[in-house]
Design a protein around this ligand. Structure first.
Ligand code: 4AD
Ligand code: MG
Length: 434
């Protein structure tokens, strides 16, 4: 029988008898009588049993010396074996070599992270990496499903932009013909806001770029961000949407990647328990007080770094929103808080387990004059934002949105300490190759 490669399972199920299997030698082990060949096919690893008695001396010898990553077509018969992955294995009758391989650099011994990242193009074939990219694929799919089911329209925002989206500090720029500088998008938000005035409920999902000069476990220079923007939505409803969204897509992803999480030795139970709890909405000012009480030397007005975010999630024992940050440390487009003009109607969602901020969002400023004032304070020329400011001239409405970093959420689901394995080809200050 031949396995049907169900995308929801890491293992095959027997359905048909005839087709040969095509794949690569992931590994070989055994003895002088029987060899177990781990064949990677469609990203899944299957066990192929090769017995000397049925294959004969010559064929068996050839199999035993097959180098790692040789590509093959194998024929055989499926049989039950509760010790094999998925409870089935292929009993080999014949095989053909498609492409030879020799001295494959990634062996079953331990390699350092630098070596592995230098061989990222090959490392993608390893068992844990297969699992991580499948989690990414399922999470991305669940994100699109969520928004489609919720009545949101997908809007693809540009990557080359003429104005700064988030802040001047972390920009990649390039010469753009006779038009001066173009920037790589730090966010799709401003464009998404324009589309929210057309479609009311919109989202975008694509690569974003930040020239982050820091080497941290949670920063990439190219990362994927999901952003949603909703017209006629206020701060509280925006947080409710984020909470419903995060809980829904995480549960769906965990459900669909159980086998992969097992490979990653990630027991999703604690994560699922976190998802059962309401996410507390903590005022920025209260967060500062909690940190002070915990002995931290921090004052109102300062940003909250990763270590301090972890103190706060440990304090509450779950993911938390920190809301209403000081106006001066947040982006120009956030709405001034009518109850405390020193602050803006913003919130960050902080994940536990040292993952930190996974979402940044806010209600957007509706007042034309206030945005112009904030742009000037930030040294951004208001004339570059004429199109954004037009939204406040033609039917301005309350609206709100948020952006979620995909790789940080993958790290959370997979239980990984660093986000660099969460994207196929990570881009960091010190890495552009492969
Ligand atoms: O908080 P940020 O900067 O928010 C925005 O860009 C808004 N325009 C989003 C919006 O309201 N539409 O980024 C949003 C999220 C962060 O919470 C984090 O998860 C992720 O994007 N992120 C990064 N992930 C990896 N590497 C980086 N350098 C990141 N910078 C932000
Ligand atoms: Mg942020």
């Amino acid at each position: 029988m031949i396995p049907s490669l169900d995308p929801n399972s890491s293992h095959p199920t027997m359905t048909d008898e005839s087709l040969p299997l095509q794949g690569w030698v992931q590994g070989l082990r055994g003895n002088n009588h029987v060899q177990f060949l781990q064949l990677r096919t469609n990203g899944k690893i299957l066990q192929v049993v090769c017995e000397k008695e049925s294959l004969g001396e010559d064929l068996f010898k050839q199999i035993k010396s097959l180098p790692q990553e040789t590509s093959l077509i194998v024929n055989g018969k499926w049989q039950e074996n509760e010790k094999a992955p998925g409870g089935q294995e292929l009993s080999l009758s014949s095989f053909t070599i498609v492409g030879a391989s020799s001295d494959y650099p990634i062996t079953p011994k331990e390699h350092g992270p630098d070596f592995l990242h230098n061989h990222r193009h090959l490392w993608l074939r390893s068992k844990r990496q297969l699992a991580i990219q499948r989690v990414r694929s399922e999470l991305s799919f669940a994100i699109r499903e969520f928004f489609r089911n919720d009545g949101y329209t997908l809007i693809d925002t540009p990557i080359l932009t003429g104005s700064i989206g988030e802040s001047a500090g972390t920009l990649f720029s390039t010469e753009y013909f006779d038009l001066g500088q173009a920037y790589l998008a730090q966010t799709g938000q401003l464009y998404l806001e324009t589309a929210a005035f057309a479609h009311s409920k919109v989202y975008c999902f694509g690569p974003t770029f930040r020239a982050e000069k820091s080497k941290t476990k949670r920063h990439l220079t190219e990362f994927w961000m999901l952003e949603a923007e909703t017209a006629f939505l206020g701060q509280n409803e925006n947080l409710a949407l984020q909470e419903r969204f995060v809980k829904s897509v995480l549960k769906t992803t965990i459900e669909r990647t159980k086998e992969d999480l097992k490979t990653l030795e990630r027991d999703p139970l604690t994560l699922l328990q976190t998802l059962e709890k309401p996410f507390p909405r903590v005022e920025y000012g209260d967060a500062i007080q909690i940190l002070k009480d915990a002995g931290e030397n921090i004052e109102w007005g300062e940003d909250i770094n990763a270590e301090r975010e972890q103190i706060l999630t440990t304090h509450f024992g779950t993911a938390i929103f920190i809301q209403n940050f000081p106006r001066a440390i947040k982006a120009f487009y956030m709405k001034q808080n009518p109850n405390d003009p020193r602050t803006v109607l913003s919130a960050d969602l902080i994940a536990p387990d040292g993952i930190g901020e996974i979402i940044g969002g806010s209600e957007r400023e509706e007042s034309y004059d206030k945005i112009v004032e904030r742009l000037k304070e930030e040294g951004l020329p208001p004339e570059d934002y004429f199109w954004y400011l037009d939204l406040r001239k033609y039917g301005s409405v309350p609206h709100a949105g948020f952006g979620m970093g995909l790789e940080r959420v993958i790290a959370w689901v997979c239980g990984l300490p660093h986000i660099r394995e969460c994207i196929p080809f990570p881009r960091m200050i010190y890495r552009l190759t492969p």
